[in-house]
Design a protein around this ligand. Structure first.
Ligand code: ADE
Ligand code: ZN
Length: 326
């Protein structure tokens, strides 16, 4: 059987995608020109050549620099629409998108400008492209608790457009415990919770995300395999892990795809899913991520379908919508 053809046909659900990480260099230059923003790289090619990362922070430094070109509601709309068009062509039927409001509000962009542009595209994407979606507000963990609370307050008028809060940015040194109270406040508002944990940080951060932040999914979580008791708990609770294979190799979490722990995770009974994280920076969207793991582990139809099904089950869709995908 042709695995490429199967991957192309597979109904895909994306659960770990930073909308700011879909900003392709060409679009970044176009927005910079439209908004009169000076860039530190002279050309699209020079910028792309700089995407040579050695860890999470080396990526984040460029990622936050890139956000400077996003200024108007139209920018956020076009950014989101371009992502939806690309993934609709790859067979993505549902996507749950992170956004980092603090990376914009700290530059003087209004929270409403950001969320209005993103959600206008999400509504159009559902109607015109048939891609359903949900939106997850991420707190930047390198900033303090007060800043996260201020962001939650800014989000209050828009809570009907947000399904969950998440936690991203520089992991090591910023444990989930730092955000226990703001996550509790978010849950009191009726929001679900997720958190990046165990990407570069230790298994203890995954325990904290479960016990203190009461997450419904762990984002990344690949370092869970270092702790057998943690793996047992994650299996027992059927806790989804949103794995991002190309991200992990591009950020040197693993030296190459064959060294990735995905297969070990699936063999242990963990509910791993495949996602693209920041596709404009890491060399691919959903299809490229599926293809990379299929080739590295020689996955057949059984594994590919299991991965696809894990994502449907782990999504925040209701039971009826899940049944319509499978
Ligand atoms: N922000 C965008 N991508 C991220 C990642 N992979 N880890 C943490 N924060 C992020
Ligand atoms: Zn991420």
């Amino acid at each position: 059987m042709d695995m490429g053809a199967l991957i192309a046909r597979l109904p895909k659900v994306e659960l770990h995608l930073h909308i700011e990480g879909t900003l392709e260099p060409e679009q970044l230059f176009a927005f910079a020109k439209r908004n009169g923003v000076a860039l530190s790289h002279p050309s699209v090619e020079a910028l792309r050549a700089a995407y040579d990362f050695h860890n999470l922070q080396s990526f984040l430094d460029l990622y936050y620099q890139g956000t400077a070109v996003l200024q108007t509601e139209l920018d956020f709309y076009e950014l989101t629409m371009a992502y939806l068009e690309r993934v609709a062509a790859q067979g993505v039927v549902h996507t749950e998108i992170f956004f980092d409001p603090q990376s914009h509000t700290d530059r003087g962009i209004a929270f409403g400008t950001v969320i209005d542009g993103i959600t206008r595209a999400l509504t159009e994407g559902e109607q015109r492209l048939g891609v359903s979606s949900k939106l997850i507000l991420c707190f930047l963990r390198h900033l303090d608790e007060d800043a996260a609370f201020a962001t939650l307050r800014q989000a209050e008028p828009y809570l009907d457009r947000i399904v969950a809060v998440g936690l991203d940015s520089s992991e090591v040194g910023h444990p989930p415990s730092k955000f226990e109270r703001v996550f509790s406040a978010a849950r009191e508002h009726g929001l679900l919770t997720v958190a990046h944990a165990g990407e570069e940080g230790p298994p203890e951060y995954i325990w904290e995300a479960l016990d203190l932040l009461k997450v419904s999914r762990i984002d990344h979580g690949v370092r869970c395999v270092e702790d057998a008791n943690l793996v047992a708990r994650l299996v027992e609770e059927k806790m989804p892990l949103t794995v991002c294979p190309l991200s992990n190799t591009r950020l040197c979490v693993f030296p190459d795809m064959r060294a990735h722990t995905l297969k070990q995770m699936l063999d242990a009974g963990l509910k791993a899913t495949i996602n693209s994280d920041d596709p404009a920076y890491f060399g691919g969207y959903m299809t490229e991520n599926f293809t990379a793991v299929q080739e590295a582990f020689d996955f057949g139809p059984e594994e590919l379908l299991a991965l696809s099904l894990n994502s449907v089950e782990a999504s925040f869709l209701d039971a009826g919508a899940k049944a319509r995908i499978t």
